[in-house]
Design a protein around this ligand. Structure first.
Ligand code: GLP
Length: 234
């Protein structure tokens, strides 16, 4: 793992954007995208840029189950507001959290990933070390799957909803094996509430209780951390 320390989230977004440009120059065609507050500064850089994405495909990590696409907290809405309304891509894929048959939807999404191998994956990290919505204890072998969100994740994400009862209890998420299949992974972490997860991810044992720790086994990971998120590192 390569670690890049930055002053703040704005600088982190700029670094991630430079890494993206390098990947595109090397022929990257498919981007794996993430939601949450963390990648926002990265998306701002992408939107400001003159880069043409008309031949680029995007595949998002996850989506809540049961939220209408137009709900402002759906990941469809988030991606539209942060990126897709401003930049056109060849295709944008997200899981359909309203699919009648969620098992079928999970299979469809795995096929999407198989058909479009991810060249460049942006990741955030949950306070409990989750990536995507792969909660602690998720097998490292999982592909796309239906997830019961942990109480701590529901609580952390409730800041975006009017009340905690409105936070969906389930999501569809790419699995750890899907994420590990990406050619390059750039994980961003900002703020002190991420410090413990960042430390465990980088220097803890590789274990399913800390999903992000599997990234130690990937040969092309860059971790971009601000001072607070890096505060527990040596
Ligand atoms: C959410 C998302 C993750 C994200 C994480 C951190 O639950 N599913 O993809 O990385 O939580 O969110 P934030 O960036 O807002 O701290």
């Amino acid at each position: 793992m390569k670690i890049i320390r930055v002053e703040n989230q704005a600088e982190g977004g700029k670094i991630a954007f430079i890494l993206l440009k390098e990947s595109l120059a090397q022929g990257a065609k498919t981007l794996g995208l993430a939601t949450g507050s963390t990648p926002i500064s990265f998306y701002e850089e992408v939107v400001k840029s003159q880069l043409d994405f008309s031949e680029i495909t995007t595949i998002n990590l996850d989506e809540y189950v049961g939220l209408p696409v137009e709900h402002e907290q759906s990941y469809h809405s988030f991606m539209a507001a942060q990126l897709f309304n401003h930049k056109s891509f060849k295709e944008n894929f997200l899981p359909n959290g309203l699919a009648q048959d969620l098992n079928q939807e999970v299979k469809r999404y795995d096929q999407v990933i198989e058909d479009h191998p991810i060249d460049f994956q942006i990741l955030g990290i949950g306070r409990n070390g989750h990536i995507g919505f792969n909660e602690p204890g998720t097998s490292f072998a999982t592909k796309t799957h239906l997830v019961d969100l942990e109480a701590s994740t529901i609580e952390a994400n409730s800041r975006f909803f009017d009340s905690i009862d409105q936070v969906p209890k389930q999501a569809i998420s790419m699995g750890i094996a899907s994420i590990m299949g990406a050619k390059m992974i750039v994980l961003l972490a900002f703020g002190k509430e991420k410090a413990k997860a960042v430390k465990e991810m980088i220097s803890g044992d590789i274990r399913e209780d800390l999903p992000a720790s599997i990234l130690q086994k990937h040969d092309n990971v860059v971790v971009v951390v601000d001072k607070e998120a890096a505060s527990e590192l040596e």
